[in-house]
Ligand binder design. Sequence first.
Ligand SMILES: [Zn+2]
Length: 111
Amino acid sequence: MVDLSDRGKALENEWFHKHEKELLRKARERREARLAKERDAEREKQKQLHFMKCPKCGGELAEVEHEGIKVDRCTSCHGVFFDAGELDELLLKKVDERRSFFRKLTGLFGA
Ligand SMILES: [Zn+2]
């Protein structure tokens, strides 16, 4: 003979167990979503802070296009920075083209 009150308790426990699991899962999801949002916000803040800033002195970078290659030049320390792929492009040029590029670059920036 099955004790009905025991059966009732078992069902109740099962319900709470399932319910608790669901609550924990939802809480974990909310926490992960919040952390992801904080990470994105921090990344965006860093980007805003460093975008077009010189990595050496923190000065403003100005983009200059020269012979089809874009370089970023610091308006403060005059450092010159290449974006990904642009240095490769320059290295693929013929020696005299490369020489002329740098000559013009230093002529442009020397002033
Ligand atoms: Zn600089």
